[in-house]
Write a protein that binds this ligand. Structure first.
Ligand SMILES: Nc1ccn([C@@H]2O[C@H](COP(=O)(O)OP(=O)(O)OP(=O)(O)O)[C@@H](O)[C@H]2O)c(=O)n1
Ligand SMILES: C[C@](O)(CO)[C@H](O)COP(=O)(O)O
Length: 233
């Protein structure tokens, strides 16, 4: 099968409110390298990825170019795009420029993706056009009512924690995002939800890894410091 063009959109325009540090969490250091460095390096090294769109906070484009993209030699970063108020705004600000092939939408706050994850997602998207990386939950899950009483205990074997990259045929995900951008309000929290909601297209789950954590709250930095020794170069 002929290889299709693959674009990675790496999102780094968040405020890191739950982390609460002055420096946005994507620029904090793990083993002396910025959180954002790790996923960019993996996409840079992957033979499947042709180009990278990096989405940064307003006014952070030059910082990213000068402190991250150039010094680490991320030659696949072809566009640095300004993000928006919410994650989905940031996605759209880059996605609208992507023309064809497959797009890997990834949180820059998830440093520990691997080539194997990229390969599994690429393998899957070729047959289903929409897939998300995730892992089965390890804990028992409870659905709560409005008073923090247990309303339901779902069958754990069917519950996954969803990660990124979330990988789509460009035409499909752009159609979904165009519909989303016409809405006045939305509660979407990931790209799969946009595709599910606005196209009805099914989304396949692909095995990620338990190391593919999102750096969200301060204790994640301690875990990240340990994993960082195994990733990056
Ligand atoms: N407007 C936004 C919001 C988030 N993101 C990115 O999307 C990913 C989602 O992770 P999350 O933990 O939600 O990041 P933040 O929005 O920065 O965190 P918080 O919700 O705690 O403020 C991150 O890589 C973040 O930089 C983005 O590009 N643009
Ligand atoms: C896309 C995501 O990382 C999948 O787990 C997650 O939904 C992002 O959500 P957040 O609210 O921005 O943390």
């Amino acid at each position: 099968m002929v290889k299709k063009h693959c674009t990675a959109i790496v999102l780094a325009a968040g405020q890191g409110k739950r982390m609460g540090t002055k420096v946005h969490k994507q620029y904090l250091l793990l083993q002396d390298k910025p959180v954002l460095y790790y996923s960019l390096q993996t996409f840079q090294d992957s033979a499947l990825i042709d180009e990278i769109y990096l989405v940064t906070g307003q006014g952070e484009e030059a910082y990213c170019e000068e402190q991250i993209v150039r010094p680490y030699g991320f030659t696949k970063v072809t566009h640095i795009v300004e993000g928006g108020a919410e994650r989905y705004n940031s996605v759209w600000n880059a996605l609208k420029y992507v023309e064809d092939g497959y797009v890997f939408i990834h949180d820059g706050a998830r440093p520990f993706i691997s080539e194997e994850i990229i390969e599994r997602a690429y393998e899957s998207v070729q047959s289903c056009n929409a897939c998300v990386v995730g892992m089965p939950v390890k804990d028992t899950i409870k659905i709560a009512d409005d008073h923090a009483n247990v309303a339901e205990t779902p069958d754990r074997s069917k519950v996954w924690m969803v990660q990124t990259p979330q990988v789509f045929h460009v035409g499909l995900v752009k159609e979904a995002y165009r519909c989303l951008m016409e809405q006045e309000e939305t509660n979407v929290t990931d790209d799969a939800m946009v595709v599910e909601t606005f196209t009805g297209h099914s989304v396949r789950l692909v095995q990620g890894s338990y190391e593919n954590i999102k750096i969200t709250t301060p204790e994640d930095l301690e875990i990240g410091e340990v994993f960082a020794g195994k990733y990056g170069k």
